[in-house]
Design a protein around this ligand. Structure first.
Ligand SMILES: Cc1ncc(COP(=O)(O)O)c(C=O)c1O
Length: 467
């Protein structure tokens, strides 16, 4: 039993002896180093809160890497998981199937945009991207178009860190070191509103980005399998947001040039942007209803309410049929993970989706998002804030050294990290992306908790920019 007062120290010391953490310079955690970043042992979760081994509570403002929707240790999801664990924990998913995977596929095909009728499971976001890239390439190969081997990605995009997913990502921090190992995509400019020219509206930025994409497709569509995008918000790239008209235009261009549209809704799916899926917000193109159906939709993170790793790639019956043939034709899609379709994860995902059916989640989020936006208004005039932006339950504040020129702070000053440390001191988990302070709380957060998040962030920003 750990002594409560020393619980953190004892567990952190054991951790640092053997564990290697993701996305971390472990030296930051050297307790003897100057400016040391704490390694925080969490022993319990409770709604939007995490509790450390000393009993201190932290409001989870980032949904634990954008996964948690309905609170930590959510009793309803936990009960479903326990029941499933007592019944069937896992079974090979080739040649065998089970009710949770079947029911989940039925439900996912029902709630996603029309035409996505086939579900392929994997076990994390990056793996879903690998599946979508391979499936797109293999579709074209099966159709007699083996010359299509390239992908188009957007500037500032992030799709994960396995080699294929990293290949179609454009965040230097993650990509630069490994570039010699990666495929080289064609990069099309993002419709990121931050890149607007003076006087240009978000929609005009989208049109400009689409025009550039058209030029790229005119040159390279014959060798391109797919365009991959994060619909509406480029999350890891700094919570950069764009106008939904880009998605309608992208759908039209992909149709015109015969390339696939891969929608990576791993971070933005399941209500984050205000609709169940971000693709639903694409305005009607002429002759169609609103919303777009991509050729592939990748889902993960919120899919299990933040309980277990699981991902799904949805695609159309037409794409599925291009793989469906006598065994000897050699057309089968070849991709597998040991834990594909894990029953525990599928059961937990079903319970998560049941909460969406039983409770007015999106309606409640709309109110919370309005409250969050209102509270952040105060930062617009701050001399070190260049932008405050929001899409549904994602909001971000961009810190700069100079507001007029948008000159960033020198990266080595790690101003965002100062906000992180301030947050931890005051019982709030904010984890800035560089100098972008963002808010992506679980949907069970209250208005008062949003106040705490924002007040702590504002105080942290004041401290971070002060010297
Ligand atoms: C848009 C997007 N795609 C893919 C991924 C990769 O998911 P995972 O971390 O589960 O591999 C992420 C993770 O943050 C993401 O934000």
């Amino acid at each position: 039993m750990t002594n409560l007062a020393n619980g953190n120290t004892a567990l952190a010391a054991r951790d640092l002896r053997h564990v290697w953490h993701p996305c971390t310079q472990m030296h930051d955690h050297d307790p003897t180093g100057s400016g040391s970043v704490p390694m925080l042992p969490i022993v319990r979760g409770d709604g939007a809160w995490l509790v450390d081994a000393n009993g201190k509570r932290y409001l989870d403002g980032i949904s634990s890497w954008w996964t948690n929707l309905f609170g930590h240790a959510n009793p309803r999801i936990a009960a479903a998981l326990a029941e499933q664990a007592r019944t069937l924990e896992h079974v090979i998913f080739a040649g065998f199937t089970h009710e949770p995977a079947i029911a989940l596929a039925e439900e996912l095909t029902r709630i996603t945009p029309p035409g996505l009728d086939r579900v392929f499971y994997a076990d994390n976001g990056s793996a879903a991207i690998e599946v979508a890239l391979k499936m797109s390439f293999h579709y074209w190969l099966n159709q007699g178009h083996g010359e299509k081997t390239r992908f188009i990605a957007l500037t500032g995009s992030y799709h994960g860190e396995t080699l294929g997913a990293l290949s179609v990502s454009d965040v230097a921090l993650y990509r630069k070191t490994y570039a010699p190992l990666l495929l080289t995509p064609f990069l099309a400019p993002s419709a990121d509103t931050w890149q607007a020219e003076p006087g240009e509206s978000p929609e005009q930025v989208a049109m400009r980005a689409l025009a550039a994409l058209r030029v790229l497709l005119e040159q390279h569509a014959h060798e391109t399998c797919a365009v991959i995008v994060e619909p509406l918000v480029q999350c890891a790239g700094g919570m950069r947001m764009y106008h939904p008209a880009y998605l309608s235009g992208l759908r039209a261009l992909c149709d015109e040039f015969a390339v696939h549209f891969i929608a990576d809704e791993i971070a933005v799916g399941f209500g984050r942007t205000g609709t169940l899926f971000a693709c639903e917000q694409a305005p009607a193109a002429s002759g169609r209803g609103g919303g777009v159906s991509p050729d592939f939709m990748c889902l993960s993170k919120g899919l299990t309410g933040g309980f277990l790793p699981l991902s799904a790639v949805l695609t159309s019956e037409a794409i599925y049929q291009a793989f469906y043939a006598e065994y000897a034709a050699g057309k089968a899609f070849l991709h597998s993970h040991s834990y594909t379709g894990n029953p525990l994860a599928c059961r937990v995902a079903l319970e998560t989706l049941a909460i969406f059916r039983d409770e007015p989640v999106l309606e409640r989020n709309r109110h919370l998002a309005v409250h969050l936006g209102r509270r952040l208004e105060a930062l617009r005039d701050h001399p070190h804030v260049a932008d405050v932006r929001q899409t549904g339950m994602i909001a971000a504040v961009e810190l700069v050294a100079d507001k007029a020129s948008r000159r960033p702070f020198p990266a080595e000053q790690r101003r965002g990290l100062r906000v992180y440390l301030h947050g931890l001191e005051h019982g709030v988990l904010l984890r800035p992306l560089g100098d972008v302070i963002y808010f992506m709380p679980p949907y069970v957060v209250s208005a008062a908790e949003i106040d705490l998040l924002v007040d702590t962030a504002i105080a942290g920003i004041e401290r971070a920019v002060s010297h």
